[in-house]
Design a protein around this ligand. Sequence first.
Ligand SMILES: Cc1cc2nc3c(=O)[nH]c(=O)nc-3n(C[C@H](O)[C@H](O)[C@H](O)COP(=O)(O)OP(=O)(O)OC[C@H]3O[C@@H](n4cnc5c(N)ncnc54)[C@H](O)[C@@H]3O)c2cc1C
Length: 429
Amino acid sequence: MSPSNETAEGREAPLVIVGAGQAGAMAARALRELGHAGELVLIGDEPHAPYERPPLSKAVLADEGMPDIGLLPEPFQAQSGLALKRGRRVVRLDPARRELHLDDGGVQPYRACLLATGGGVRVLPALPPGTPGVHYLRTLDDARGLRAALRTARSLLVIGGGFLGLEIASTARALGLDVTVIELGPALLGRVMPPEASRWLATRVQAHGVRLLLGAKLSGLEAVGGGIAATLADAGELRAELAVVAVGQEPNVALAREAGLLIDAANGGIRVDARCRTSAEGVYAAGDCASGFDAATGTHRRLESWQNANEQARIAAAAMLGEAAEPPPPPWFWTDQFGCNIQMLGHGAPGLAYHLRGPLPEGREPGKAMLFGIDGDRLVHAIAINAGGDLRAFRNVLGRSLACAPETLADAGIPAKQLARLALGPASA
Ligand SMILES: Cc1cc2nc3c(=O)[nH]c(=O)nc-3n(C[C@H](O)[C@H](O)[C@H](O)COP(=O)(O)OP(=O)(O)OC[C@H]3O[C@@H](n4cnc5c(N)ncnc54)[C@H](O)[C@@H]3O)c2cc1C
């Protein structure tokens, strides 16, 4: 062991995780499950024990009683010997000395370190956090603040019609608020959905009584007495008691950047290889802050999803122990909004030919449908609307050349499992 792997007392330095969110907590669990019995430190700047974020815009916001969102069960916290430092921020990474500097002046040596710092909300300069009536949503405290505000407000302006903005709009509408969503793009979720699905979703949002403004260019935005005023280039002024800004996130990469680690210019994430190793020896990265290697395309991508955080945490934990891990399953994402559970496998891309296994549910009705995105003869993207169970059958099909005509995937008369077998061909038998 090199001297830099030892503490001042000559003990083997611990494994240290920076960021006690989804990836950080799951990596801590994985390290213990993989048999790491030595010192393990998890440092997070939030005051809470690690928790899951997806319920924040759903059950937590809807005030359906507080769901259990903890990521580290009490028995794990009590028995694992994990040193969880809450409310503590890492302010500097020194990869040469293998040290982390904390906001209380402390220095934490490490043998291997995982950066799991996630991302922060992208801020609109006209409506910075803290402006009365303005909310952003990333943390449990944000969700509690927004929930309290939604209880008494009558109107809400959601700026940004991405997954998060739509989930918040859906929840607020269900609580009875008058909701307007402003989206700059010409279509809802136009980068991850084909036009027919975007149109369907827009119709559904409107069927729930939300005023939806697409291609909406804001020319003015200000907090006025008792609310928010938004001026739109071609739709005049809108006023609401509350505004939620949901215009994306910025990965937290300051520590990595200042330490000289490679940052991907294309997506702003910390560049890692297939084993989550950064460009600095002994430093790993996982989750929303990482630009991971996508073996399917040979490119790097930064994903903001629960599954990606879990998978990269698992892979990074193994790598920190010098072990290889199973490669990740296909990317998977879900959202719950306007009475629909929407799940996706793989990635949408311009130019894919989509086949609908429908029909798409009309208005506010339930009903299920799927869309299959084909590139040449390969299935590269699948969207399931209230059909998560059916989607599972296609995990093995993703990325492969179809053994059946792509149009066959549209045949709703063939049960999903049988259809997936047809798509895989005799090799699956
Ligand atoms: C409201 C909401 C709803 C979502 N819904 C879905 C969904 O339906 N489906 C889905 O797939 N995904 C969803 N996501 C995305 C998913 O939750 C994230 O992709 C996931 O949490 C990423 O995990 P992470 O560990 O990378 O980051 P995080 O969970 O954000 O954790 C990072 C932690 O690191 C801390 N930190 C940062 N810098 C430092 C530092 N220097 N020192 C110490 N600590 C630091 C942060 O404060 C944070 O606690 C949602 C996210 C949000 C916010």
